[in-house]
Design a binder for this molecule. Structure first.
Ligand SMILES: Nc1ncnc2c1ncn2[C@@H]1O[C@H](COP(=O)(O)OP(=O)(O)OP(=O)(O)O)[C@@H](O)[C@H]1O
Ligand SMILES: [Mg+2]
Length: 312
């Protein structure tokens, strides 16, 4: 299935659900599912949908997979954000001696070689380093998309590696927003509908959508573009829709993999100004990767990576 066919397929599933029934439950039907983890969590009492969702997207995930993911049936959960993470005053992320190796054939590639870092609430932290130094590998682990070969990652004090698949999926859906270099927007949906989709996926009650979508698009300065589809917007505007989409469900942490790489310096600066603003207004914490030396000064802290380690 081509990317466009995948999007049209998604669109055809979403539209009838809205126009015929006015209900928000029937996003689409597909059989695609991942196995559910075995361990039970003290905090999650309801079965979770562990299939891919838009918050599970890695930079390698194709637009088609994104479309399929968004068309997944929803499984409602009674557990709340409060149930998922107990109150904690410390760092949003604590990373301790994290290693990650990959096996390709008979070779083992040691990509991360002992990473220690901390990301505090409402900080803007940047990971910089040459291509292949391990930035995306680390970011994926911070978002619970991948797991260390050894070492610990604590999210608001909770050790992610001790969590089961269901609880990690719930964490990604509710507490983390992902932003990518290539925007990852649904091309057939308007800016408004793209942001709304994020609320639908996070089980936010429909009665809250209008205010929240309007607020998020306002925060990124796009109140005049709400009806535009991605192809009718500039790269910078598309990335700002992607930011509105990523923060709509009020995540604690925003992870962004080279969010300004496709943009010219003016649009890149606009995106960074939006990041600074949402840290203030939404009390979100941001960790991002970049190659761009001109935006580093906006960061509260910069970690420089070289060959799987931080340079002191
Ligand atoms: N699943 C995998 N299997 C094998 N090797 C991998 C895998 N994922 C990443 N790597 C290797 O790990 C190294 C670091 O990759 P990574 O994508 O983290 O780099 P990066 O710093 O994000 O680079 P870029 O700036 O180009 O995005 C690369 O050599 C890559 O080939
Ligand atoms: Mg990368």
């Amino acid at each position: 299935m081509s990317v466009i066919a995948g999007m049209k397929n998604l669109f055809s599933k979403i539209r009838p659900a809205k126009s015929q029934s006015g209900e928000d439950s029937a996003v689409g039907q597909t059989e695609h599912r991942e196995p559910v983890g075995q361990e039970e969590s003290a905090y999650i009492s309801e079965p979770q949908n562990t299939s891919i969702d838009p918050h599970d997207i890695t930079s390698e995930t194709s637009q088609e997979e994104v479309a399929v993911a968004a068309a997944e049936p929803e499984v409602k959960s009674k557990s709340s954000k409060k149930d998922l993470l107990p109150p904690y005053d410390g760092p949003v992320l604590e990373v301790r001696n994290v290693h990650r190796s990959f096996q390709t054939g008979s070779r083992i590639i040691h990509v991360l070689k002992g990473i220690d870092m901390e990301v505090n609430p409402q900080q803007l932290v940047m990971l910089k380093g040459r291509s292949g130094s391990g930035k995306t590998t680390l970011l994926n682990m911070l978002g619970g998309l991948d797991q260390p070969s050894s070492g610990d990652i604590l999210f608001s004090g909770q050790p992610l590696q001790d969590w089961g698949d269901r609880r990690r999926t719930a964490l990604r859906r509710r507490e983390i927003g992902f932003i990518f270099q290539a925007y990852a927007l649904m091309p057939l949906l308007s800016a408004w509908e793209n942001v709304e989709l994020s609320l639908r996926m996070a089980d936010v009650p429909r009665s809250e959508w209008k205010d929240r979508v309007g607020h998020c698009l306002d925060l990124v300065g796009l109140t005049k573009r709400v009806k535009h589809r991605p192809f009718e917007m500039s790269g910078g505007e598309q990335q700002r829709v992607a930011i509105a989409k990523a923060i709509a469900h009020r995540p604690r942490l925003l992870l962004a993999d080279e969010p300004t790489a496709e943009l010219d310096s003016k649009m890149g600066a606009q995106v960074m100004a939006v990041f600074r603003n949402i840290i203030e207004v939404e009390q979100v914490t941001i960790c991002m990767t970049t190659h761009d030396p001109t935006i580093l000064e906006v960061a509260d802290h910069v970690y420089e990576m070289a060959d799987g380690r931080f340079i002191k």
